[in-house]
Design a protein around this ligand. Structure first.
Ligand SMILES: NC(=O)c1ccc[n+]([C@@H]2O[C@H](COP(=O)([O-])OP(=O)(O)OC[C@H]3O[C@@H](n4cnc5c(N)ncnc54)[C@H](O)[C@@H]3O)[C@@H](O)[C@H]2O)c1
Length: 342
């Protein structure tokens, strides 16, 4: 796999826009392709919106920002990119068709990654030329501030592809999490969906509103989750004997069980309750306003976690240390992206 000077984006909606903002900020050129020409203006707006929070994330010396170009010609993008990240709608046949098309244009040493939230890489690489360079690289919204990216290989993905992708994503400030085995929904969305199904059940059964359920996370477990995940937190909750005691104490409840496994039917009544509930929570604030508030909190949280060198804060600290080292090597002018730095 080659050094990534230019990132090619396929699809420039919410996720494509987030990838663009992150890559440009960390000095990578971006050539973005979308079938809808009006997406160029949307994309440039998305990059501009992200710039404020991204600019506050770190004061370490950054490389010169990348350059952004846009095209509706997917083949032209594929011929110019050193790494392709696909972000088109979550439909298997569409992704298979477009990925296969792009793979016929991209050189064999160009990795092709899909942002898919839950599709399996083995299905996505089926009709590809050089299928060994296809992987899932699943990011989280907002891509420009959340460091997690799940890397998943299919049966034909080479280890070298996953390694090269991990190097690239680390360079742009991310935390690559290698998923050992492909499963629908990867790791995080499988967990998030379990929570979301319970939310839908409790709203459907009039047990709680969307706001009350969000409070049940925001004032409690959500604060813990930024530093330690459920497993380590439960280990602490078991006292001196840790996880063993925790399982003994709450094991029976797992069998009752407290949770519903099947999702409820998405009836119009349930959809109305979810929509009116979240509108009440938004309290007249626009999506853009709420995004800015979320982003400011995400920056502040990562800076605090950096002091304790934990979770996303450890990623930020390692990134800053590397940026300082590179700036020192470049003699104080940190605007060089020398090939081979990968
Ligand atoms: N939204 C999220 O929170 C989130 C998080 C992680 C991963 N994802 C995944 O990222 C992918 C994109 O999601 P999104 O939310 O950005 O969707 P989106 O609808 O915002 O954007 C999709 C874009 O793809 C473009 N497109 C459609 N067909 C195309 C084609 N043939 N060639 C090029 N462009 C095409 C559309 O014009 C649109 O701009 C999905 O696979 C989704 O599962 C989404």
């Amino acid at each position: 796999m080659r050094h990534v000077g230019t990132l090619g984006l396929l699809g420039t909606g919410v996720i494509g826009g987030g990838w663009a903002a992150r890559a440009l900020h960390f000095g990578v050129d971006v050539i973005a392709a979308d079938t809808r020409p009006e997406m160029e203006q949307w994309l440039r707006g998305a990059v501009e919106n992200a710039a404020g929070a991204l600019g506050r994330l770190t004061s370490a010396p950054l490389p010169r920002p990348g350059r952004l170009s846009f095209t509706t010609d997917l083949d032209a993008m594929a011929r110019q990119a050193d790494f392709i990240q696909e972000n088109i709608p979550e439909q298997l046949e569409l992704k298979q068709r477009v990925l296969a098309q792009v793979s016929r244009q991209a050189a064999a040493d160009v990795a092709i990654a899909s942002s898919t939230s839950g599709l399996m890489p083995t299905d996505l690489q089926r009709n590809l030329q050089h299928p060994e360079r296809l992987l899932v690289a699943h990011p989280f919204n907002p891509v420009y501030l959340l460091p997690l990216v799940e890397l998943v290989g299919g049966v034909r993905t080479s280890a070298a592809t996953i390694d090269a992708a991990a190097v690239f994503f680390t360079r742009i400030g991310m935390h690559p999490l290698r998923v050992r085995r492909e499963v629908p929904g990867h790791l995080t969305d499988r967990l998030q969906e379990a929570l979301w199904r319970e939310i839908l059940h409790m709203v459907n059964d009039d047990i709680a509103t969307t706001g009350e359920l969000d409070d049940s996370i925001v004032y409690g477990p959500g604060l813990r989750w930024a530093a330690m995940g459920t497993n380590l937190i439960y280990h602490l909750a078991g006292g001196e004997t840790g996880m063993r005691h925790m399982l003994r104490q709450f094991g029976p409840a797992l069998k009752w069980p407290w949770t519903h496994l099947e999702a409820p039917e998405l009836t119009e009544a349930l959809i109305d309750k979810m929509v009116s509930g979240t509108q009440a929570q938004a309290a007249g604030r626009s999506i853009r306003e709420l995004e800015r508030l979320r982003d400011d909190c995400l920056v502040a949280i990562q800076q605090v976690l950096k002091q304790y060198n934990i979770g996303a804060g450890a990623t930020l600290r390692a990134l800053e240390e590397r940026l300082h080292r590179e700036a020192a090597v470049a003699g104080g002018s940190a605007d060089q992206t020398a090939p081979g730095r990968d």
